[in-house]
Ligand binder design. Structure first.
Ligand code: ZN
Length: 92
């Protein structure tokens, strides 16, 4: 046997790290509603779909990366768009 199988149900170091990261980016005190500076859901979706096509100096991109409301949403959207189920669907 080359690889040791991970024990199911027991979180590995990577999972612990992700959990800690999620707590950091989405604290319990994260605002539940957008602030006036928050970007539109359309922008958030477009940004999540193709982050590379946006300029890092774009004030909206800067905002998303710093906002405790927008950032977790963008992350969730990105995960959603990356899901294999969606690849079989055409959104155009
Ligand atoms: Zn925001």
């Amino acid at each position: 046997m080359k690889k040791k199988k991970a024990n199911p149900g027991e979180p590995g170091p990577a999972e612990d790290f992700l959990l800690a990261l999620q707590r950091k980016v989405a604290p319990a005190t994260a605002p539940l509603s957008p602030s006036p500076q928050c970007v539109s859901p359309d922008f958030l979706s477009a940004f999540a779909l193709d982050q590379d096509s946006f300029d890092l100096d774009d004030p909206r991109v800067v905002h998303v990366n710093e906002c405790s409301y927008c950032f977790p949403r963008a992350t969730r959207l990105r995960d959603f768009f990356k899901s294999p189920v969606l690849k079989t669907m055409s959104i155009h």
